[in-house]
Design a protein around this ligand. Sequence first.
Ligand code: NDP
Length: 285
Amino acid sequence: MANIIDGKAVSAKVKEEIAKETAAIKAKYGISIGLAVVIVGDDPASRIYVNNKKKACETVGFTSYEYALSADTTQEELLQLIDKLNKDDNVNGILVQLPLPKHLDEKAVINSISPEKDVDAFHPVNVGKIMIGEYSFLPCTPAGIMELIASTGVDIKGKECVVVGRSNIVGKPMSMLLLHKSGTVTICHSKTNDLAEHCRKADILVVAVGVPKLVTGDMIKDDAVVIDVGMNRLENGKLCGDVDFDSAKEKASFITPVPGGVGPMTIAMLMKNTLTAAKIKQGIE
Ligand code: NDP
């Protein structure tokens, strides 16, 4: 029976450390750390994410600046706002909540954020830095997963690591971070032949697909570390992961629940990136 990885507890610890460091920076340099959160339209899920990010800012002692724009905001208006935030000294990090309404060009918007303030690490400059291992910011979800794996005490070096999913925000950067820690990494996707066979080889299995309960216990190696990134809303309103938790927990040594696993870590790492941005700007090591 697996140990359950408590994402809430690990994220609370990360936020506690950030709060201490933020207070020390405020006391020493007399500066406040600011995160600007931009939301366009009224998607209810995005609204919840933005509120959670604002709450996290309060917890760690950052100032949050919310820009809630109407769904008919034009590309030019949005780019003008980002330009203003890029130049605003009170703003250390800029986050544009995705997805954007269909008439807006998401790529152009991401590319317009200054890489120094790109705390989501989606800008091509930051993506490139992750590839060569010389990064300031790590993308929040993969970075949070690395903290969760570290919390198990399992050493990634030499392990068979299988990542299911190859999105730009989770699967691809996740694979890179595992590779940087000397894991032997396989990336699976929708065209992979025999997904189960690959999963069964994994000492560390990260599943980021968006298909409820795609990975079942019979696809998991004995004593594997299983990280479930999936957040699928079922018809009954409940959240469900990409891993069938009940059967998987019988095989794994460690497993993340949904909710309460990866989700809370993503926001904690956003706070960490904002702190890093402020430290770099202030010249703090
Ligand atoms: P995307 O839809 O961008 O990517 C999904 C990936 O899964 C693709 O690479 C796709 O392959 C692959 N895939 C789809 N079906 C299968 C299948 N049957 N077998 C193998 N691979 C498959 O999703 P994201 O990466 O953005 O998100 C994945 C999940 O993680 C979602 O549930 C999302 O809600 C959740 N998530 C959770 C976060 C958190 O903080 N907890 C943060 C971000 C995401 P292909 O490339 O071939 O199409």
